[in-house]
Ligand binder design. Structure first.
Ligand code: NOJ
Length: 756
């Protein structure tokens, strides 16, 4: 446990030089070592090399250029340099990639043009943001991660890719695997929460699904593009695109593990983010793109910049002109330039002047062509136009959307078991701006979703009740500043036996560029809920938002709260399934809910400090508890579960051993239910201060009333590894504690010793 004096001295020296770097050398992320599998086989690599050898420099830098075709379609008369450049590259058959095409017909038409114009008949690769579904829109990723069901994540990602591929798309810009601890950040909606372990499990599932590893029935396959590499979710003050300054330790321990797992899962692309990381914007960050990604992890796919991010190198103040931006980006390891046109314009000059070695260009083009070979684009560049009618919005996908939405819902409060509601209820008041809303449940970044495909909560409820059982009134709009429609809604509540009030955020309040400084319900919605509560009728609140909201007042006042996020096309059906108990709620939070914006950043993976929260002169607030509103891992069921008999098969374990921890979980209620059993570990005294808990395993189980299941977790030294004072990932012998329970704050504990 005690670090050697030598190591301490080395560490101090490194710190003194301000260049402390940690290594992933021994790290297996608590899961497995890099598989060593080459996703790009030597045959593919050789084919790509042979082709590059025949290419002119212009053809090469064309391959490294990607353009937003949709931008051109929206602004056909805009002309402008970038549109002209894109058209030139298409006309010469040089363009590497286009994205935002309007569908299969246009994809085939443009592909034909590119191939016919291309001297070497090189196809383009088409991309699109397929974040949480294509036309079959699934819940936002933050919601889906609340399912704690990687199998489901894999299936939804595969369904999205199948639909996208049938519409001419080869490359989906997903999954978004930025870890974040800041609900002000609008893109938290697209993320899978705050935890690096869970994020890694989900990243693995998502990449396998998105790339159709196990799902391709005819030779279709798709490339994924985990993003945004890296640190984008740590924007200061939760303001999108803001500065990111994190230690190398936080980078390695918290931010990178999901990316590493995505690479292990065979991701064929990675998107370098907009943000700077500790002074160097990601697209120009050699440490990120080359040292870690290529040299440590062996990534073989394409690194594409985020949108126009090369041009933003000037705005960041790191490149004096576009030419220097292109130079910095290629030297760092960015292979493809999204929509700035800088690579095409400046790389030939940079090569001619000897500022950029042409071998760097060749390497990037080889990677791009290798992915095109891997996807079969040379043999099969066109999509069968009859495919999409069979795939898009298929019964299977719509069913999956309903299941995913159901499993994403988190029950936050249920006083006196008011939920589930009886279908025999005399009168139920249905109010709130989200009740009949079919637009906002699509969530942010769902460019192919259609309002008409969405089942509103109102329609979902009416599929369970008869029309004379419900009374509807909107009450107010999401952002309304007027209370003039309150009376009608309150009248409905007065006449009913209970009220379901659906409130939340519109699409524009989360997602890219949409950070918030206040995390309460927008507009007059809080006043509407409070007025409904004052009627004395039981009020069930369905919260639909793209992020955690800081609504302590709601927790005090509502009889029940269902967090229903933005759940996609089957939103209303899924919520109604849960409200009436046809399915119990089984979601658990993957992000901590603060009581107030002032507590942010707040997350479970925190350290004890020398003065943990308590009385005076401890790490606390004088005006607010330090505890969150709802902790990570939290969520209720319609039944209750008891945890008993936590047993370890040994109390001492050697580095090469595995330890098994077993707990008995019993359904102590009267209905069947699902529980997410969570395992956390703590290194009690390490060479570097450690979080009080780190998630290292989970199991989602279903129990009938009275049923008991024994749940076991196998723990190896990998699960205990930390970046210690040596700077390497390794498990340090000494005392450990583990906790198994229903969320990050409750559980049974047991201690063991890791021996040398
Ligand atoms: C910018 C976003 O940050 C990224 O997520 C997206 O893939 C690109 N634009 C392309 O639309």
């Amino acid at each position: 446990m005690v670090t050697s004096l030598y190591l301490q001295a080395v560490l101090q020296m490194r710190q003194a030089k301000g260049q402390q770097r940690y290594s992933d050398a021994k790290f297996s992320g608590g899961v497995r070592q890099l598989s060593g599998k080459h996703w790009i086989t030597p045959e593919i690599r050789n084919k790509a090399k042979a082709l590059v050898a025949q290419m002119t420099l212009e053809e090469k830098v064309g391959q490294m250029s990607q353009f937003d075709w949709g931008f051109h379609a929206i602004n056909p008369d805009a002309g402008g340099e970038i549109n002209n450049l894109m058209r030139l590259l298409i006309d010469r058959g040089w363009v590497g990639s286009l994205f935002n095409l309007s569908g299969a017909e246009e994809a085939n038409e443009l592909q034909r043009k590119v191939i016919e114009n291309s001297r070497l008949r090189i196809p383009m690769i088409t991309g699109r943001d397929v974040i949480h579904g294509y036309r079959s829109v699934f819940p936002i990723p933050l919601a889906m991660s609340s399912s704690w069901n990687p199998g489901l994540i894999e299936q939804t990602a595969a369904a999205a890719s199948r639909e996208a591929a049938s519409d001419g798309i080869h490359w989906v810009f997903a999954p978004m695997i930025d870890i974040t601890r800041d609900p002000r950040w609008g893109r938290i909606a697209e993320s899978m929460g705050e935890d690096p372990y869970l994020g890694g499990v989900m990243a693995d599932a998502w990449v396998r699904g998105a790339q159709l590893d196990r799902w391709s029935d005819d030779r279709r396959s798709v490339a994924g593009c985990p993003k945004h590499y890296a640190g984008y979710g740590f924007a200061e003050a939760g303001r999108d695109y803001n500065t990111v300054d994190v230690s190398d330790r936080v980078l390695r321990e918290v931010i990178l593990p999901p990316f590493r797992r995505a690479v292990e899962a065979g991701a064929l692309g990675i998107m370098a983010s907009f943000n700077e990381l500790n002074g160097i914007p990601a697209c120009a960050n050699k440490y990120l793109l080359t040292t870690i990604l290529r040299e440590e992890w062996g990534f073989e796919g394409i690194v594409v910049s985020d949108y126009n991010a090369l041009a933003e190198l000037l705005v960041h103040g790191i490149a004096k002109d576009p030419k220097e931006a292109a130079e910095l980006a290629i030297k760092a390891g960015t292979d493809m330039d999204m929509h700035s046109g800088f690579y095409f314009r400046y790389l030939p000059e940079l090569v001619a002047e000897g500022r950029v070695d042409e071998r760097l260009v060749d390497q990037a083009v080889e990677r791009i062509l290798a992915v095109k070979f891997k996807l079969g684009l040379f043999d099969n560049p066109y999509v069968d136009l009859s495919l999409k009618s069979r795939v898009i919005l298929s019964e299977e996908h719509v069913g999956l959307a309903r299941q995913a939405a159901r499993e994403s819902i988190v029950l936050l409060k249920n006083e006196n078991g008011i939920l589930p509601l009886s279908k025999n209820i005399r009168k139920l008041a249905l109010i709130g701006p989200m009740m009949k809303n079919r637009r906002d449940p699509l969530g942010c970044w769902a460019p192919d979703g259609k309002e008409d495909d969405v089942v509103s909560l109102y329609d979902g409820i009416l599929a369970k009740l008869s029309a004379d059982q419900v009374l509807y009134a909107e009450g107010c709009g999401i952002l309304d500043r007027s209370r003039e429609k309150f009376d009608e809604a309150l009248e409905a509540v007065e006449q009913a036996d209970a009220a379901v009030i659906a409130v939340g955020e519109s699409i524009e309040l989360s997602g890219e560029g949409n950070s918030r400084a206040e995390l309460d319900l927008p507009g007059e919605q809080r006043a509407l809920v409070e007025a409904a509560v004052r009627t004395g009728k039981p009020v069930i609140v369905v919260l639909m938002s793209g992020r955690p909201l800081a609504v302590g007042w709601l927790d005090e006042q509502a009889a029940a709260i269902l967090h229903a996020w933005h759940l996609g096309i089957q939103s209303g059906r899924a919520i109604a399934d849960v409200l009436f108990g046809d399915n119990g709620p089984s979601g658990r939070l993957t992000v901590t809910f603060p009581r107030s914006v002032g507590q942010i950043p707040i997350y479970y993976y925190r350290k004890n400090t020398g003065r943990p929260p308590g009385g005076n002169y401890t790490s606390r607030y004088v005006d607010m508890p330090t505890k969150p509103l709802y902790p990570f891992g939290y969520g209720l069921s319609y039944t209750t579960f008891a945890y008993r008999n936590l047993k370890l098969d040994r109390t001492g374990m050697r580095l090469s051993d595995a330890l098994t921890a077993t707990v008995e979980v019993t359904n102590t209620g009267s209905v069947a239910g699902e529980e997410v059993v969570q395992l956390y570990v703590r290194d009690v005294a390490a060479s570097v201060t450690q979080p009080l808990k780190r998630l290292k395993g989970f199991a989602k189980i279903r129990l009938e009333p009275g049923e008991t299941k024994a749940v076991s977790f196998r723990i190896t030294a990998d699960d205990l590894a930390i970046i210690g004072a040596s700077g390497e990932w390794a498990a340090e012998p000494g005392a450990f504690r583990l906790m198994i329970g229903p969320n990050s704050e409750e559980g049974l504990e047991a201690d063991f010793i890791l021996e040398e």
